[in-house]
Design a protein around this ligand. Structure first.
Ligand code: URA
Length: 264
């Protein structure tokens, strides 16, 4: 499978600048505030249905001060950022991408089907990615800063996986996984926790998330992955049925995910 391409540096820098507290782009602020997902927010703006400080603005990428008075169809909208985080139980078969050339579907489509109407209007970002065949805990958020927090290796947010493997798990292999194995040329995995709750199952807890990290680590010690499930991120343990979603409460975001949510 082709490795996902990183966005160019200028785009990352622009996104970072635009997610500063001082302001944002109009359409993105509307989608972050739950008015409508980004594409629809762009169309709302272009249709002249959005005013800023009493003036119609038709440019979706117009800069917006977050204290500005914004109205959509004459109704006031609070565009100050408020963090929302969702726990989703990803079924196998779905890609963590905006579209699926193979037609099996994306996690974003499945999320929209599962969401209550009160959460439909947000622009949701997946927090990291799970492979198509991986099941389990996938977080979504409306806050790009939370994505950066949860995915950057410096945060050391542990992620716990269960893998069913196609060979016998030995203490020697577990010891190698704990110490670190080469996952790509010249790159060794960080020390990890590893144990075998069953003879063909490995529970692996990692604080990094490179591309195909778990499968590569297991392969490196002669354990091909047959099935992979993520059951925990930080202190948060998956507790919804496959295909279901729930919103996290503020204490979970602060405590289990070590993040100070933005509260308007
Ligand atoms: N590591 C993998 O190999 N795949 C996943 O989906 C997640 C972590």
């Amino acid at each position: 499978m082709a490795r996902p391409r990183k966005p160019p540096k200028w785009l990352e820098a622009a996104r970072h600048r635009a997610s500063e507290d001082s302001g944002d782009w109009l359409a993105r602020a509307l989608s972050r505030a739950g008015v409508s997902p980004f594409g629809e927010a762009e169309r709302l703006v272009q249709a002249g249905r959005v005013t800023v400080e009493g003036k119609v603005v038709r440019q979706p990428l117009a800069p917006l001060q977050l204290q500005a008075r914004v109205e959509v169809d004459g109704q006031p909208v609070d565009v100050r950022p408020t963090t929302r985080v969702l726990m989703f139980h990803k079924p196998a078969g779905l890609v963590t991408a905006a579209s699926d050339a193979e037609g099996e579907g994306t996690v974003f489509e499945a999320l929209r089907r599962a969401l209550p109407p009160s959460l439909q209007g947000y622009g949701w970002h997946a927090v990291g990615r799970l492979d198509r065949d991986t099941t389990g805990l996938l977080l979504f958020t409306n806050d790009e800063r939370f994505v950066a927090h949860a995915t950057q290796p410096q945060t050391h947010l542990p992620k716990r996986y269960l893998a069913r493997v196609g060979a016998a798990v030995t203490e020697e292999k577990l010891a190698k996984l704990r110490a670190g194995v080469e996952v790509e040329a010249g790159v060794t995995s960080r020390p990890a926790q590893a144990r075998a709750p069953e003879k063909d199952v490995v529970e692996l807890t990692l604080t990094e998330g490179r591309y195909h990290q778990v499968k590569r680590m297991l392969n490196a010690v002669g354990l091909p992955t047959l099935a992979l499930h993520r059951e925990a991120v930080g202190g948060l343990v998956l507790d919804v049925a496959e295909g279901d979603v729930r919103e996290l409460v503020e204490d979970e975001v602060r405590g289990a995910l070590s993040y100070s949510p933005r509260c308007g």
